[in-house]
Design a protein around this ligand. Structure first.
Ligand SMILES: [Zn+2]
Length: 139
C-alpha cells in the first residue's frame, strides 16, 4: 500500500446551533486540513508512472477546496433566518451555506467526499479546529 499526504488551511467563521457552550456563539477558526491518499499500486504509465498521484495535482485539489471556504462564514442550512442571511449578504459578507452542522467531523467528511468525487483515493482527512483538537474522517 502506498500513501500521500498534504495539507492546507483556511480561516472561517461558524457557530453551532443547538449547542450549549462557547461554540453556540459566532466565532472563527484557522482550520487546518490534512488529507491522506492510499492506493494499492502505483500508476503504471505516463507522467505519473510510479506515483500515487502527482503532488502538484493533489495539492491543487486540496488548496482549491480550502480556498472555497476561506474567509467565508460557514452556515448550516436552516439555522439562520432568511432575513439574517439576506442582511449579511446585503452587507457584502461571504457565506458558505452547507447542508450539515459545521462541526470539524462533518467538515472532514465534506473534504473527503468532494475530493473522492474528483477521483482522489482519499483514505483519511484530519480537520484541526485548534492546534490541539482534530476530528478525523476515515474511509
Ligand atoms: Zn468552532
Amino acid at each position: 500500500m502506498y500513501g500521500l499526504k498534504t495539507e492546507s488551511a483556511f480561516d472561517s467563521a461558524h457557530f453551532l446551533a443547538d449547542y450549549y457552550g462557547k461554540c453556540e456563539n459566532l466565532h472563527g477558526h484557522r482550520w487546518r486540513v490534512v488529507v491522506y491518499l492510499e492506493q494499492e499500486n502505483l500508476q503504471e504509465e505516463g507522467t505519473m508512472r510510479d506515483m500515487v498521484l502527482d503532488f502538484g495535482v493533489f495539492k491543487k485539489a486540496v488548496r482549491s477546496l480550502a480556498e472555497e471556504l476561506d474567509h467565508t462564514f460557514l452556515v448550516e442550512e436552516g439555522t439562520l433566518k432568511p432575513a439574517t442571511i439576506a442582511a449579511l449578504e446585503g452587507e457584502g459578507f461571504s457565506l458558505t451555506v452547507l447542508p450539515f452542522r459545521t462541526t470539524a467531523e462533518n467538515l472532514a467528511r465534506y473534504f473527503a467526499e468532494r475530493l473522492r468525487a474528483e477521483g482522489l483515493p482519499v483514505s483519511q482527512v484530519d480537520m484541526y479546529e485548534t492546534p490541539n483538537n482534530c476530528a478525523i474522517w476515515r474511509a
